[in-house]
Design a protein. Structure first.
Length: 242
């Protein structure tokens, strides 16, 4: 299910700016759905890379990722092929900001994903080897609670009707289009939802590195959690790619 065409005219009406504010983008023009304190805004995260070998899976794009993606699309709409533009917008935004991508790359190289993909470093997944990567979120579009980034709990993704519907109607079909890719969930909340989806047989044919820590520098337990499961992650990847 793709909604780009529903928002194309609203994007064209945005002024071209170096950076956008929440007042620019978190408007009725881009509102996708709302349920009490939860607001979901459409953002250009619709590209699906069906040939990917790896899915890096977050909870939902945050404000930083939303702004980066809109910024790219507004500057290139009309001058780039639409599919290429949406792919590049997602690449630009995925785990962008505050050193989070560097942390992620270091962790992925540490479990030797780069070797299994025959690349020097997983940093290349965000460059010339981007065709190997599908960046995604359980909640495809940015979710905000009281105008702040949704963190994956309070409300629970599986218990909140709107959030559960987004997972069921958007993420589940999307994940099953990217067949046989390794899913690397960013953080506990993502792993917990994936366990539920596997138990319910909604997603299949994927190796999932359960309990992969969120790469955010704000995750104080990241390094300890990573070291505890590092060898298990390496063994799972080796078995998958052998």
């Amino acid at each position: 299910m793709f909604f780009f065409k529903n928002y194309e005219q609203s994007i064209l009406q945005l002024p071209v700016k170096e950076t956008y504010t929440k007042e620019d983008l978190m408007t009725d023009s881009f509102l996708y759905a709302k349920d009490n304190k939860a607001e979901v805004f459409w953002a250009p995260f619709e590209d699906i890379n069906r040939e990917a070998k790896v899915i890096i899976l977050g909870i939902t794009p945050g404000w930083t990722q939303m702004e980066l993606a809109y910024n790219y699309v507004r500057k290139h709409i009309g001058s780039e092929d639409k599919e290429l533009m949406l792919r590049r917008a997602k690449r630009q935004a995925s785990f962008g900001g505050k050193g989070i991508r560097k942390n992620l790359v270091d962790m992925l190289d540490g479990i030797e994903l780069n070797k299994h993909l025959n690349i020097h470093s997983c940093s290349e997944l965000y460059g010339e080897m981007n065709h190997l990567l599908h960046s995604s979120s359980l909640l495809r579009y940015p979710v905000f609670i009281n105008k702040k980034n949704y963190s994956g709990s309070n409300p629970s993704m599986l218990k909140h009707p709107l959030l559960f519907q987004m997972i069921d109607e958007l993420f589940v079909p999307e994940s099953n289009e990217v067949k046989d890719a390794v899913i690397i969930p960013a953080g506990k909340a993502v792993s917990d939802v994936l366990r539920y989806l596997v138990d319910e047989e909604k997603i299949q044919n994927h190796l999932i590195l359960f309990d992969f820590p969120h790469p955010s520098g704000a995750n104080g337990h990241r390094k300890k959690q990573y070291e505890e499961k590092k060898e298990w992650f390496k063994e799972q990847l080796k078995a998958h790619f052998s």
